[in-house]
Ligand binder design. Sequence first.
Ligand SMILES: CC(C)(COP(=O)(O)OP(=O)(O)OC[C@H]1O[C@@H](n2cnc3c(N)ncnc32)[C@H](O)[C@@H]1OP(=O)(O)O)[C@@H](O)C(=O)NCCC(=O)NCCSC(=O)/C=C/CCCCCCCCCCCCC(=O)O
Length: 717
Amino acid sequence: MAKYSRLHGSVGLISLANPPVNALSSVVRHAISEKVAKAFRDPEVTCVVICGENGVFCGGADIREFASTMRGPPLVPMIDAIEEGEKPVVAAIEGVAFGGGLELALGCHYRIAHYKARVGLPEVTLGLLPAAGGTQRLPRLTGVAPALQLITTGRHVAAPEALKLGIVDQVTEQNTVEVAVQFAKSVVGQALHNRRLSLRQLSCPPDGLFEETMAQIKQRARGAVAPIACVQAVKAAATLPFKAGMDKERDLMATLFNSGQAKALQYSFFAQRSVAKWNLPNGAHSGISKARAVHRAAVIGLGTMGRGIVVSLVRAGISVIAMETNEKQLHTGKKMVIAILEKDAQKHNAAPRADLVHFTERLSDLSNVDLVIEAVYEDMVLKKDIFKQLSMICKPDAFLCTNTSALNVDELAAVTGRPEMVVGMHFFAPAHVMKLLEVVYGQHSSPEAVATAMQLGKRLGKVSVAVGNCPGFVGNRMMKLYVEQAHFLLEEGATPEQVDEALEEFGFAMGIFKVSDLSGLDVGWRVRKEAGLTGAGVDWKEPPRRRQGRRYSPLADLLCEKGHLGQKTSRGWYLYEKPGGRDPKPDQGLHSFLVEYRSKYGLKARRIDKDEVLERCLFSLINEGFCILDDGIASGPEDVDVIYVHGYGWPRHRGGPMFYADMVGLSKVLERLEFYHQAHPDVPYLKPSPLLRKLVRNGSPPIREWREFLKRPHSHL
Ligand SMILES: CC(C)(COP(=O)(O)OP(=O)(O)OC[C@H]1O[C@@H](n2cnc3c(N)ncnc32)[C@H](O)[C@@H]1OP(=O)(O)O)[C@@H](O)C(=O)NCCC(=O)NCCSC(=O)/C=C/CCCCCCCCCCCCC(=O)O
């Protein structure tokens, strides 16, 4: 709703009141229209201020309403009526003015913002465009180029930048509403004509601006349609009269509104918020579990992962002891951490925060920290040794975390005298860039330990998801099968280029073979050795393309043995111009190697189409997602989807693997998995998961109802 009061006798104050973000629900829109009309009618009122309660102007249209038929007064005529009014209307912006909230403010004649406020049009991130006049009014206010950038990216700007761009008229450090009220009184009687953005003339945009932006978007957005519609709408603002531009905006919105991409992106928005409300199989959940404050942390290991974690902690203002026993690695790690922090400082025009890090070779220096993150390489024996020592050295209430990407957290907890204080904190490389954090709870992890790791993740700016303990947790457990299928496809006749092309067309920024070259083929090699799939632990009595009783492709192992480890060695699945090169070229040598390999094992190459690539790679990953849900390793499909979107490059506009399965249709996924399982009986994970079958038996309910079909473990609390 919205509240109305009269201040100083002549100022009508309208306060949006719909916590937590004053979203423009139908009730709020109705109330605003009513209160504005009342203020305009009241002869005592000479000016109007619109603000939001609880320090937030408005988070935009109510996204939840988009899923059902839109009711209540539409935004466009409501905003038009404000703009056309004969009394000056001032928006007092605190907190945020996003989406419809900013469009409402653009309909006002003046905008005053608190210096901490942020404004933006993030609709594109929801698969939409700012269809309440935003694409037409913003370019008339800022000029076409800045508006185009803001609208096509959804970037928010802080009040000082908004002032420079002309989006707001004044920025204040004082009480924004009071300043706006005084301001409104001061402009009473001034002409409003040139304050009405719909009446402003647009100056010509720079030549080629739209074409260039379109080309960048096609490169960056990989199949996302909303940014393209945003360009078309802003182009209409630049080329058509206001009214015709508004018609174009409305038509473009109509094509986006019911699209699968909009549904996927809006699902992603809520999924990202739902994972913060975690719950564990023992009944503990975020609502009742208190996190402990982390003032001093330690990171063990200054390889790529460790360095990134140190930088993330320092950026959050946490003091860190960075420990590394290898002198050379300590030196290199220190140099790189400091370099990143100095670059940060330059960017923000601030002093570097390197004083927050203390580098050491001694584990004994960690006696006083609140939380340790071990980030040494994936060797269980080494990790166990470290955890044993930590258990003796660290203060009794220090949390002990491991950054393992696949190893058993319970096994590590068992060597400490405090298994309840042990959790996994699985960061993704590079840890100071990637948004995802899997927080892995073991059998004995206390709710406090999980809450602390989740809270720390939030403080580091990560999207944290609590997951159970199993080999590979959620992300890597699913990934393993996806990678295996890609290797099988090469055995059967595909090339890395064909597989990658299909995946990139689907929307991944990089195909799986390019990713493998980038991260280094030796990463997976080490994991496979640890799992006894290659190297010393192999049972050589099995045929060469079988391991542990099922189909296995040794292709990647063979490349590693040849020293073809990817970009760093200039050869992997592709060819690079030099070691460390980044531009993948098809490798004729690799193609010949595949031909020889197939001939050696009597494999007949066949033509593999894009649908098969996608189905084999993605449906096997999705099937494992269902197994993970059935096992209670993830508490809902949103957890799996958030992990894939934020950690594995799954295209956001496709929602995530589980959402995609829902979109494709669960019976189709089941039918194709049955088909492929029959064709490849030696690949057990192609057998459809019992949960998938159960959902199909129950009429394929929509994803929001899947949780009802998951086993509910008993609470042990
Ligand atoms: C920055 C935030 C606002 C706040 O962040 P933070 O403080 O961290 O809090 P959160 O955890 O994110 O959020 C708190 C809770 O609030 C919920 N929330 C947040 N924003 C919204 C919202 N806009 N709507 C509903 N709910 C919201 C959030 O989910 C949390 O609740 P819970 O914990 O999950 O229960 C941050 O939240 C943020 O960034 N929010 C989103 C901002 C945003 O994207 N805004 C843009 C929204 S879209 C918009 O405004 C569009 C405007 C134009 C509309 C025009 C409509 C015309 C329709 C015409 C259709 C024509 C086609 C018809 C075709 C046909 O069918 O024929």
